[in-house]
Design a protein around this ligand. Structure first.
Ligand SMILES: Nc1nc2ncc(COP(=O)(O)O)nc2c(=O)[nH]1
Length: 268
């Protein structure tokens, strides 16, 4: 899953694809690099980000989704708003990627159920402006698993088909580095919920902190693609269904390496 943030302020590529034509060109490049899905988002979710209006979010994403869909690109819409998801599916999106897992907008499960598209339910504990105040866990893996399980039950009760649900641990969302590493180390606990897993580690702060230099300065996000590729290979080997990344080519290569490695083990 290649990322196209049509935002002026996303942490990892803020502003580069804010122009719709540039965003569409970039989405097509990501497909050429090996992306199976292009994820289009119009609202930054970096820690501390302020929300944008529904109108502004839709203005940003709709033309990009429509143009990419018309080129035959499988597009997902990264939104917490049911109205944006509905309009995005109308414009040709084939998957809804909801970082709030249906918590930010109670209408979302009904919209997704009616659209009959796959639905990414990510672990979330509130909006970016204050989510780090909720980054408190006694047992992060068990708590994330239990909270995701509750979201699954809730959205199914609203009509979403179980087989349409994809789960995501929400790395960096109301989580500190140690929480993120624990979730990656125990992906099998989340897989046991019985849904495909999407992993979004690309260029995130916990990778920059891991790679900090001697005086503790975190590695800039633009130089965390190699670490992202390592996470991709390990996540693929751990059975992840999809990784959400900025640098598609290198990560698509890593997925192929993991598939060849895993295939050889099964064959012998
Ligand atoms: N499903 C899913 N969606 C996401 N959308 C945005 C971001 C924030 O990263 P970005 O600003 O680089 O897009 N991370 C995720 C994620 O981890 N999982």
């Amino acid at each position: 899953m290649g990322v196209v943030n049509v935002t002026p302020d996303s942490f990892s590529d803020g502003g580069r694809w804010f122009d719709p034509d540039a965003a569409v060109r970039h989405g097509l490049e990501l497909v050429d690099e090996g992306a199976d899905i292009v994820d289009v988002g119009g609202e930054s979710t970096r820690p501390g980000a302020q929300r944008v209006s529904y109108e502004e979010e839709l203005r940003r994403v709709e033309p990009v989704i429509k143009a990419l869909a018309q080129e035959g690109v499988p597009v997902s819409v990264d939104t917490m708003r049911a109205e944006v998801a509905e309009a995005a599916v109308e414009a040709g999106a084939v998957l809804v990627n909801d970082v709030s897992g249906g918590l930010a907008d109670p209408d979302m499960p009904r919209v997704v159920a009616r659209a009959r598209v796959p639905y990414v339910v990510m672990h979330w504990r509130g909006h970016s402006h204050d989510m780090l105040t909720r980054a408190v866990y006694a047992d992060p893996v068990r708590e994330v698993r239990d909270e995701l399980a509750r979201r699954v039950d809730s959205v199914i009760s609203e009509g979403v088909e179980p087989e349409m649900i994809v789960l995501d641990p929400g790395l960096g969302f109301a989580k500190h580095s140690a929480h993120n590493w624990a979730l990656l180390a125990y992906l099998d606990v989340l897989s046991d919920l019985g849904h495909p897993l999407l992993i979004g580690a690309s260029r995130k702060r916990f990778l920059g902190r891991l790679l900090a230099d001697q005086d503790g300065t975190p590695r800039p996000f633009s130089r965390c693609d190699d670490a992202t590729v390592a996470v991709t290979a390990l996540a693929a080997q751990a059975g992840a269904w999809c990784v959400r990344v900025h640098d598609v080519r290198a990560n698509a290569d890593a997925v192929r390496v993991a598939a060849a490695w895993g295939g050889a083990r099964r064959a012998n």
